[in-house]
Design a binder for this molecule. Structure first.
Ligand SMILES: Cc1ncc(COP(=O)(O)O)c(C=O)c1O
Length: 379
């Protein structure tokens, strides 16, 4: 089978496994808020989805996204997309070209690098898996990597998979460096709602920062596919020409997103309580396994990376052993070929029972994974 077919069959198998504990994709599996359920049911029952939604999203939703980010409605605009990933693809297609370069961190999120390369840009990855630097990008590293041909500085913040987030001072410096070379800051804030004191690049670089917004993680709508990009209205005018959802995004998904934003404060309070409790449970389990460690704790995302390199265990082997117990976690190589052999990643916006099951089987899984070299392909 081709690698695309193999990958598809792999995820299809995971999806059809009703017993699976999804601890690998930072998705949110907590039971949805009743207001979101109601909005979904009303949308389906009224059959409003026979019509296309407006190309940039329902106006109410667009305004609610701007408000949620705390940005000014007069100058900033949201463009609703099929998830954050479609927003990232659109921005890369619109701004990258042969001769330009795209600067990001390693680890980070891999798909935008693919979009940038496809648009002809050279991709420059700055290594940040470094305990001495606190697992974060430094302004000096960024200044060294950019030049007059840098079109996009892509910052995943909070960083997936590391779980760090940047301070106002760091963000100000990153934006100043981008401004000096005329680059855009593509600020992927997919996980911002799990972070403490998150700072938007748009608040210090309103003219050239593009904020990437997702409903998959905080609200749990991953399979419904809805997200957005937010930027200055002049820039959105330009980016909109490259959007692929010229006939609008899912009507039903947008209704769920609108309902979610209306109850967000109440919903997130509960989600955060559960996911922080889950982070603490993973920490406890890791502390009881000599050789395992948590490079970043607590995490500003809804996930933690667990280092297993000191035990000589391959992340893929651990993933394969846990998969036999219906637990899906992510091997580090999904995020970074360079540092991927050191860690696995575990998502925490899941029912407490799922995390407890992971913690319970961890010691035995480590033993079984030791020396296991022949593992199936993972994606
Ligand atoms: C950093 C980052 N950006 C974007 C996405 C995709 O989000 P969405 O489901 O809204 O397309 C993910 C999903 O894992 C992610 O980790």
């Amino acid at each position: 089978m081709s690698s695309f077919e193999t990958r598809n069959a792999h995820f299809d198998r995971l999806f059809s496994n009703q017993q699976l504990y999804w601890l690998g994709q930072n998705t949110n599996h907590l039971p949805m808020h009743s207001a979101v359920r109601q909005a979904l049911l009303e949308s389906i029952e009224s059959e409003e989805f026979h019509a296309y939604a407006p190309p940039g999203g329902f106006e109410t939703l667009r305004a609610a996204i701007i408000d949620d980010l705390g940005l000014p409605r007069d100058t900033m605009r949201a463009l609703v997309t099929d998830g954050a990933v479609a927003a990232l693809a659109t921005v890369c297609r619109a701004l990258c070209e042969p001769g330009s370069n795209f600067v990001t961190t390693d680890p980070g999120w891999k798909w935008p690098m693919q979009f940038a390369r496809q648009a002809g840009a050279e991709v420059r990855e700055i290594p940040i898996y470094d305990a001495a630097a606190g697992y974060r990008l430094t302004p000096a590293q960024l200044a060294e990597a950019v030049d007059a041909r840098t079109r996009i500085v892509y910052i995943v913040d909070p960083n997936n998979p590391l779980g760090i987030r940047y301070t106002r001072e760091e963000m100000r410096e990153f934006c100043e460096i981008a401004r000096r070379v005329g680059a855009y800051v593509l600020h992927d804030c997919t996980y911002r709602d799990f972070a403490e004191d998150h700072v938007l690049a748009a608040s210090v670089y309103s003219e050239r920062a593009v904020t990437i917004y997702s409903f998959s993680k905080w609200l749990g709508l991953a399979g419904l596919r809805v997200g957005a990009m937010v930027a200055h209205r002049d820039l959105v005018e330009r980016l909109a020409a490259y959007a692929t959802a010229t006939l609008g995004c899912s009507v039903v998904a947008q209704r769920a997103a609108q309902a979610g934003l209306r109850v967000k404060a109440e919903w997130m309070k509960e989600v955060q309580q559960i996911q922080r409790r889950n982070q603490a449970a993973v920490k406890n389990a890791v502390d009881r396994c000599p050789g395992l460690s948590l490079p970043v704790y607590p995490s500003h995302g809804n996930f933690l990376i667990v280092e297993c390199a000191a035990l000589g265990i391959k992340p893929e082997a651990l993933a394969a052993v846990l998969a036999e117990r219906n637990i899906m976690i992510r091997q580090g190589a999904y995020h970074t070929p360079q540092f991927g052999s050191r860690f696995i990643k575990v998502s925490t916006t899941v029912p407490t029972g799922w995390i407890d099951a992971f913690c319970h089987v961890l010691p035995e899984a480590l033993e079984k994974a030791q020396g296991l070299n022949d593992v199936p392909e993972l994606f």
